[in-house]
Design a protein around this ligand. Sequence first.
Ligand SMILES: *[C@@H]1O[C@H](CO)[C@@H](O)[C@H](O)[C@H]1NC(C)=O
Ligand SMILES: *[C@@H]1O[C@H](CO)[C@@H](O)[C@H](O)[C@H]1NC(C)=O
Ligand SMILES: *[C@@H]1O[C@H](CO)[C@@H](O)[C@H](O)[C@H]1NC(C)=O
Ligand SMILES: *[C@@H]1O[C@H](CO)[C@@H](O)[C@H](O)[C@H]1NC(C)=O
Ligand SMILES: *[C@@H]1O[C@H](CO)[C@@H](O)[C@H](O)[C@H]1NC(C)=O
Ligand SMILES: *[C@@H]1O[C@H](CO)[C@@H](O)[C@H](O)[C@H]1NC(C)=O
Length: 459
Amino acid sequence: MRLVIRHLSPLIRSRRRISYLLTTGILLSITFIFFIINQNQESKNFLNQPIKRQDQKFESSNNITTLTQKTIPTQRKVTWPIDEQGRSLKTNFLVLDWTGFFGSAATEGEHVKCSSSNMTFIWTRQQNRINEIDFIISHGADGSIPFDRLHLNNDQQQYTMAFIMESEVHSGTGDGWARFNFKMTYNLDDSYPEPATYFDMNSYLIDLLTPSIISFENKEKRADIVWIISNCHAHNGREGFVERLMTEIKIDSYGACLNNRHGYGGRMTDNFDAYKQYKFVIAIENSNCLDYVTEKLVLAVRSGSIPIVAGINNRPDYRRYLPEHSFINIFDYSSIKDLANDLKRIANNKTLYESYLWYKKHDKNISNLQELLLNEKLKHFIDVIGSNATMITDGIAGKEKSENKVCKLIRFVRQTSWQDIAAHKKTARADSSNACLQGQYILTHFNSARKNNSEPRTV
Ligand SMILES: *[C@@H]1O[C@H](CO)[C@@H](O)[C@H](O)[C@H]1NC(C)=O
Ligand SMILES: *[C@@H]1O[C@H](CO)[C@@H](O)[C@H](O)[C@H]1NC(C)=O
Ligand SMILES: *[C@@H]1O[C@H](CO)[C@@H](O)[C@H](O)[C@H]1NC(C)=O
Ligand SMILES: *[C@@H]1O[C@H](CO)[C@@H](O)[C@H](O)[C@H]1NC(C)=O
Ligand SMILES: *[C@@H]1O[C@H](CO)[C@@H](O)[C@H](O)[C@H]1NC(C)=O
Ligand SMILES: *[C@@H]1O[C@H](CO)[C@@H](O)[C@H](O)[C@H]1NC(C)=O
């Protein structure tokens, strides 16, 4: 709307002058009067409509749309420039934050620069500016967006994007997601055009390549394993599993769940200080879903100890997030006792223990990496772990570009024709019964393994 007014105002001013002259003309010729009144009437309508309506919502302004198209037919071409392939040539985008994010929201008018492309965008929260916007961003698939008012054609390219960072167990799923042009979640394959994960690759790649702070000899002696968790009712039943593992091997638990030791608070930085002291960190997520891996793993890797994780049937596949032979997957063991015995074996053999941190041994200068662009960091990482690693070919290292979600979209629409984006099949977000293992899975898995007597190795 503001755009319409701005484009009209020179016209409005000139019409005012004209009407003034014409009104003066009344004095000169009686035969002109009807003509003049008629003109005056028309110009008054013309003047008043957009001004009167500027406070109204877009919904009621059909006349203005008509007016805009009639009087400034080239405006749309100028506003949404595209190249011959239908790729956006815009350099500044208007982005509507439709939902806010957990009570906070974008700052009205905030200007953001995307370093990957040097493009800029401006945040707005004014839902009545829908006819101007390039992107509507929704936390979760908000159904109140007026999708039918948005245009995707040669004249206008307006896109919607829904994102979420919570697992399917704890957030909305379903068909609502299929209405959005773009879906950005931690799911590496389901996301379009790119995932939005917990991994900042610029720091994660350096975390991976950084040697452990505390040497094998100086690790905590009281226990080999640390666990710090405050959600004691995880969907996958991890606390029941840890409780049983505790009967086989010493675990220090500083969090609220199964607490048996004090000294570190509940904050992330405290967790890191604790993690680095121990040989192993239990980094099992609260639910086992496709690609659901969070900062829990990032922190474990940063600490330089070996993560103990839980992934089966790709829920999740930790090879997408870590180098081979760098983590302990509980599902690789047929019983909790076997797992505990292997952990003890690794914890008591320095050569074996350090073999799990093989990727931290290299001749790269870590302090030099800091300043490099993500692509250059990645090259160094590939030198160390090999280009065939799942993490590179099909994992987080290739898929997470680690920038503002909107910048990801901007980069994409400048590289991809609107026709291709329009043709992309929009899909629902799979619900937890498809994306995740069933509730209490970890416990039932090991209970049934115990009952089976035979000891089949899973995975
Ligand atoms: C345009 O505005 C006039 C006067 O306000 C109204 O009578 C008419 O119905 C409107 N036309 C449309 C298409 O909304
Ligand atoms: C952004 O602009 C800076 C300064 O002009 C330039 O050095 C840089 O290469 C540009 N980046 C991209 C991705 O175009
Ligand atoms: C320690 O582990 C290494 C590597 O697996 C192995 O070669 C060695 O025999 C182990 N040492 C002992 C004492 O078990
Ligand atoms: C690593 O890089 C930093 C910063 O460029 C430099 O000061 C340091 O000397 C380098 N270290 C080695 C071992 O080359
Ligand atoms: C990577 O995998 C391909 C196909 O499996 C193989 O031909 C190639 O030699 C591998 N490269 C390395 C560096 O291992
Ligand atoms: C135990 O046996 C049942 C039935 O044969 C099977 O479905 C299940 O996967 C087995 N559990 C494990 C952990 O192997």
